[in-house]
Design a protein around this ligand. Structure first.
Ligand SMILES: *[C@@H]1O[C@H](CO)[C@@H](O)[C@H](O)[C@H]1NC(C)=O
Ligand SMILES: *[C@@H]1O[C@H](CO)[C@@H](O)[C@H](O)[C@H]1NC(C)=O
Ligand SMILES: *[C@@H]1O[C@H](CO)[C@@H](O)[C@H](O)[C@H]1NC(C)=O
Ligand SMILES: *[C@@H]1O[C@H](CO)[C@@H](O)[C@H](O)[C@H]1NC(C)=O
Ligand SMILES: *[C@@H]1O[C@H](CO)[C@@H](O)[C@H](O)[C@H]1NC(C)=O
Ligand SMILES: *[C@@H]1O[C@H](CO)[C@@H](O)[C@H](O)[C@H]1NC(C)=O
Ligand SMILES: *[C@@H]1O[C@H](CO)[C@@H](O)[C@H](O)[C@H]1NC(C)=O
Length: 630
């Protein structure tokens, strides 16, 4: 074995090796070795046996016994990030009717000794200057999304000319109507009400960047209470002998469910790799600061497979391969009971175990029963012997999004009209507004820990010992090596639910302008759109600036390339580029943190005060105050 430093058999070799290879995902590999997993049998529609059905029931019972009623009563929607409870339940290929576990566990031609990783003779390796596109380019580059993915040639069953059916001049784009399942793209100028873009404003220079991003496209999560693709596939296949599809649905007769669970898809890897490259082009100059101080950056992600691999793919894009010695990757633990600002639900009881954390499900169901009534009837006409439910219909829309980002295209996409896709997008707005953002009683509290860390970084002051009162981990945060406070560049990776928690905790209330969101129609002028705020690989640039025309250092917040007004934050002025004095920003954030109580918000018993549906509402992501209904 080659053990030379710099080759990928060095210390962190395993992780890096995995990030580079096409498909080394652990769950899939392990599934071949654990025949007791449920749903694992490869079967076709014609080969369903009663033994398989018994297996499903057995599994359901085993799962129930394993984690108790909380798994069923308090499940997260498939769209939200999974928790450790879900991970325990996770069957690597739940519901999949076609599985291909690559790589084989012991390939016969494996012989690393014949494939040394470092043979020398690299040729010249001089480097040039760091790029600084954010400051120097005449125009900011627009990210349009998903070059490798295929859009349907027509929508809504209407057979159109292949080319005419495509979006006209990018006006309406199906990929932008999948809520949190959309691939990230640059929001249009003015998306959040500011006529500005991420380029450095005139008279200013950028002195630092705090970058927060989500993982890339993934398979469905392990657990879904409504609209889970694997559950739908299981229902269909259970009843396979009884149904036949015709017309637009005829493809379903041969269709198999090919999706795994939880891990990044190939396209998801690409998203993070591309993001890393684009950030290096824009902000590479910030690395000069590290060279000057003889340090290397610390980036943070957490332990979950897709989170770790997202971060490593970002690093390959940003630093290039090999990235050893160029930065240090902090991998915090995402698991029940671990303090983690990137996975705050792990210690917040109300967020993890109580139905209030999923109050969006009620709204989604209500809305689906509105916008999908005619759709269900239309599709039912092409399906004999299986009664489609509203949930099935909604799940077929989900299937379109998930199949596209996993295998490149989906026949399900063609089945729905533009209007139905807008309905779907809105269903996800409802889910996340009420589960993770301004309409959730546990949103602000879950974002608070990361905001506290942001303030420590902005002020270059460690969090005081008695101030570890949210989701921060003092072991990591009190150590200047694991949690540096003087970097010019920070990169943190997390989940969409946490990104939305943080947006809420920061009081970016202009994004909540027309809340609470109704369940019976799509509001006209919606400022809260999940597809804009929290798609796959969503990213937020917190720019630090110094401007010759302003007396003090400034901060501004740019979500997927559109600056957000900070006017919801006390003291922040109306400013055309969305800038606010760092000092003012910090003071307001500190005030918000001081008013937020982990004991009450996470552990308080206010389930009854919140109830179900619009009888109780928040538009700031706060829990109800003790003793009051509102
Ligand atoms: C198929 O339909 C028959 C008759 O309605 C029913 O008894 C049977 O349980 C169905 N099979 C499945 C797998 O749903
Ligand atoms: C803090 O993080 C460290 C390193 O991941 C971990 O070992 C420790 O258990 C965490 N502490 C808490 C209270 O979660
Ligand atoms: C973990 O979080 C709890 C709740 O905020 C806090 O009391 C505790 O000190 C934290 N532990 C560590 C090691 O940070
Ligand atoms: C940042 O802090 C680290 C650890 O305290 C120190 O080694 C380094 O020199 C500091 N860098 C700057 C730019 O102050
Ligand atoms: C490096 O960046 C930090 C944070 O932006 C700043 O405080 C420090 O002055 C910079 N150091 C140098 C040497 O430029
Ligand atoms: C839409 O909402 C934004 C932000 O609340 C507001 O500035 C704008 O005037 C509204 N537009 C219309 C047409 O109502
Ligand atoms: C946070 O937002 C709410 C609602 O818009 C506002 O009333 C409050 O003043 C804001 N607080 C701070 C400190 O910015």
């Amino acid at each position: 074995m080659d053990v030379e430093r710099g080759s990928y058999v060095a210390d962190d070799a395993g992780a890096e090796h995995e990030a580079l290879l096409p498909s080394p995902d652990k769950p899939e590999a392990s599934s071949t070795k654990s025949p007791t997993f449920c749903f694992q049998t490869k079967f076709t529609l014609a080969h369903l046996s009663s033994a398989f059905l018994a297996g499903i029931i057995g599994c359901a019972i085993a799962q129930y016994a394993f984690c108790g009623p909380s798994c069923f009563g308090v499940s997260r929607p498939s769209s939200s990030s999974n928790s450790a409870v879900d991970a325990l339940l996770a069957d690597p290929n739940a519901g999949s009717t076609e599985i291909h576990a690559f790589p084989p566990p012991s390939p016969t031609n494996l012989d690393p000794s014949l494939f040394p990783t470092n043979v020398g003779y690299a040729g010249g390796t001089p480097t040039g200057a760091e790029p600084a596109l954010i400051a120097t380019a005449p125009e900011y580059p627009i990210h349009t999304g998903a070059a490798q993915l295929v859009k349907p040639s027509s929508l809504g069953g209407a057979k159109k000319d292949k080319h005419k059916g495509k979006d006209k001049g990018g006006e309406w784009d199906l990929f932008k109507h999948w809520g949190n399942l959309s691939p990230w793209y640059s929001n249009e100028r003015g998306a959040f009400g500011l006529d500005s873009d991420p380029e450095t404003p005139d008279t200013c220079t950028i002195t630092g960047l705090h970058f927060l991003h989500r993982h890339g496209a993934r398979y469905p999560t392990a657990w879904a209470s409504f609209g889970g693709p694997a559950d739908f596939a299981t229902r269909l296949h259970k009843a396979a002998e009884n149904w036949t599809a015709t017309g637009d649905l005829a493809f379903m007769n041969q269709w198999t469910y090919k999706l795994g669970e939880e891990v990044l898809t190939p396209f998801g890897r690409q998203q993070l790799f591309d993001l890393g490259i684009s950030m290096r082009l824009k902000y590479g100059f910030l690395l000069k600061n590290f060279t000057e101080t003889n340090t290397i950056p610390v980036f943070r992600t957490e332990s979950q497979d897709r989170m770790l691999h997202s971060a490593l793919n970002f690093a390959i894009g940003f630093f290039g391969y090999p990235f050893q010695d160029q930065y240090q990757q902090s991998i915090t633990i995402e698991a029940d009971g671990f303090n983690n600002t990137l996975a705050p639900y792990d210690t917040c009881y109300n967020a993890r175990y109580r139905p209030i954390s999923n109050r969006g499900d009620w709204y989604v169901k209500k809305w689906a029963e509105t916008y999908l009534v005619d759709t269900r009837k239309r599709l039912q006409a092409s399906l004999q012997g299986y009664e489609l439910s509203i949930e099935d219909t909604y799940t077929m829309q989900m299937m379109c999004a998930y199949e596209t980002v996993a295998i490149g295209y989906s026949k399900f996409c063609e089945l729905f009209t533009q209007e139905e896709w807008e309905g779907f997008d809105y269903a996800l707005d409802l889910a996340f507004w009420y589960n993770s953002a301004f309409g959730s009683p546990v949103a602000r509290i879950q974002g608070a820990g990361w905001v506290q860390e942001l303030l420590a970084r902005l002020e270059h002051k460690p969090i005081e010992p008695h101030q570890h009162r949210f989701s921060t981990n003092s072991t990591l945060d009190d150590n200047p090596i694991t949690f540096p406070l003087n970097q010019s560049l920070y990169v943190d990776a997390t989940h969409e639910v946490v990104v939305l928690n943080i947006i809420t905790a920061l009081n970016l209330t202009t994004l909540a302008a027309n809340g609470p969101l109704p369940y019976d129609h799509i509001p006209k002028n919606q400022s809260f759109k999940v597809s804009r705020l929290a798609p796959f690989a969503t990213n937020i640039q917190f720019q630090l600036l110094e401007c010759s025309t302003l007396p003090s250092p400034q901060i501004r917040i740019i979500i997927n390339d559109a600056p957000v007004p900070l006017t919801g934050i006390r003291g922040c002025p109306e400013q055309k580029d969305g800038m606010c004095a760092v000092e003012t920003f910090v003071e307001a954030q500190q005030e918000l943190l001081d008013k937020t109580s982990w004991e009450w918000d996470c552990d308080g018993d206010y389930e009854d005060m919140v109830g179900q549906g619009p009888e109780w509402e928040t538009v700031t992501g706060d829990a109800p105050r003790p003793g009051r209904r509102n």
